[in-house]
Ligand binder design. Structure first.
Ligand code: PLP
Length: 397
């Protein structure tokens, strides 16, 4: 049994704050500041350039990749860290299209995060091979997979509503029709159990600054199924994905296995933060975490629905159909969220009307959930959001 009280103590959260936005930026693991300081002063400061070898920096993207891999059901040697999720979408999708040269359709859904769709549009424009991005409603994806589809590219958990796709079924269906299956795990990694190997997923990607708590700007991860790795020709053919980067050959040859998905120099300081975050994750059982996430989410929905009927649940009511976030709709969602934040309940807002609350059991308990629901009731019931300063839209919502 996991000791959730002890886990909560592993995070540095300001007093009086109930943090319901770990789905957007995870909080600071207590070990991270010291771990980064060590990399800065003892490694960078003392080892200088020799840190790449002596401290092992060059091997971190794959070593940490395996630790992330355990959380998403990946085989060893199938995950590497680097770049941002947007870049990894481009890279994985380009590889997928090249593996299905006779097919022109990229299938996605309207619940996908815009950057995934934008990157697909940019790739299509760059390739000029007549590809088409077909975006259907989430419930229409299964019916839209056909013999013309090269890749089915989906985000497992909808960033707005938390609606969860059936990864096993949609991956099997994609394969039945000869399409490759790409999954974005931005709101899955560290949120719920994922079984990439068991589902036979071809490629997946995700970020480490959300549920994984590796800090603002932490790198993305990419997964490629071991049997597929040697068949991929990376479109972003950077030197660190080369088979022999320090041979400085004039032409690109892809590196062995997942190494070929690397592009350039890894973000060492940010990887040090990720290492500290993974020191916590290494002890987490994802099934237990999921059970607790569901228990806390159910309590939150029940309390808010009772005390604040003007908020409409935007997430699926069935916890099995939901990720680890709970969203409500309200026409004044933006100022309402600012009023909550001003009172120490931090969630976020997604246009047009979604108030989003991430439920992360590593650092949230029943008392937090009850207090948050109480403050939500006060703010909504008393229309405390109706002040000019809460209507001022900030750059980041
Ligand atoms: C957060 C998120 C991203 C962010 O991409 P970055 O390149 O890391 O900024 C992409 N896709 C989804 C589904 C996300 O939730």
């Amino acid at each position: 049994m996991m000791d959730f009280k002890a886990l909560k103590a592993e995070f540095q959260l300001p007093d009086g704050i109930i943090y319901l936005d770990g789905n957007s930026l995870g909080p600071l693991p207590r070990g991270a500041a010291a771990r980064i300081a060590e990399t800065v002063t003892r490694e960078w400061g003392e080892m200088l350039i020799t840190g790449w070898n002596k401290a092992g920096w060059m091997g971190w993207p794959t070593a940490l990749g395996d630790r992330v891999g355990r959380l998403i059901g990946a085989e060893p040697g199938a995950v590497v860290l680097g770049d941002t999720l947007s870049i990894k979408v481009y890279q994985a999708l380009a590889a997928a299209l090249e593996l299905r040269p006779d097919r022109k359709i990229i299938l996605s859904d309207s619940g996908n995060f815009p950057t995934d769709l934008y990157m697909a549009e940019g790739l299509i424009a760059a390739l000029k091979q007549g590809h088409e991005l077909r975006v259907v409603a989430p419930e229409e994806v299964a019916g839209a997979i056909g013999p013309d589809v090269a890749a089915v590219m989906l985000t497992e958990v909808d960033y707005r509503t938390g609606r969860l796709h059936d990864m096993a079924a949609l991956t099997a269906l994609s394969h039945e029709h000869g399409a490759l299956s790409l999954w974005d795990l931005a709101h899955s990694a560290g949120a719920l159990p994922v079984d990439l190997a068991g589902c036979g997923v071809d490629m997946a990607l995700g970020c480490t600054y959300k549920y994984l708590n590796a800090g603002p700007g932490a790198p993305a991860f990419v997964y490629v199924r071991p049997g597929l790795q040697e068949h991929i020709r990376p479109a972003l053919s950077g030197w660190l994905g080369h088979d022999a980067p320090f041979a400085f050959e004039p032409s690109y040859r892809p590196g062995a296995g997942i190494e070929r998905m690397r592009v350039g120099t890894p973000p060492v300081l940010q990887l040090a933060a990720l290492a500290a975050a993974l020191d916590i994750w290494d002890h987490v059982d994802m099934d237990e975490l999921r059970a607790r996430s569901i228990a806390l989410s159910e309590k939150f929905i029940q309390l808010v629905s009772q005390s604040t009927p003007e908020l409409h649940l935007a997430s699926p009511a069935d916890p099995q159909a939901r990720g680890s976030q709970v969203s409500f709709r309200h026409p004044q969602g933006y100022p309402a969220m600012q009023a909550l934040i001003a009172r120490g309940v931090i969630g976020d807002f997604r246009a047009p009307d979604i108030m989003r609350f991430g439920i992360c059991p590593l650092y949230l308990d029943e008392a937090d959930i009850s207090r948050a629901a109480g403050i939500i009731a006060e703010v909504m019931g008393g229309r405390l959001w109706d002040r000019p300063e809460y209507h001022q839209r900030a750059r980041v919502t």
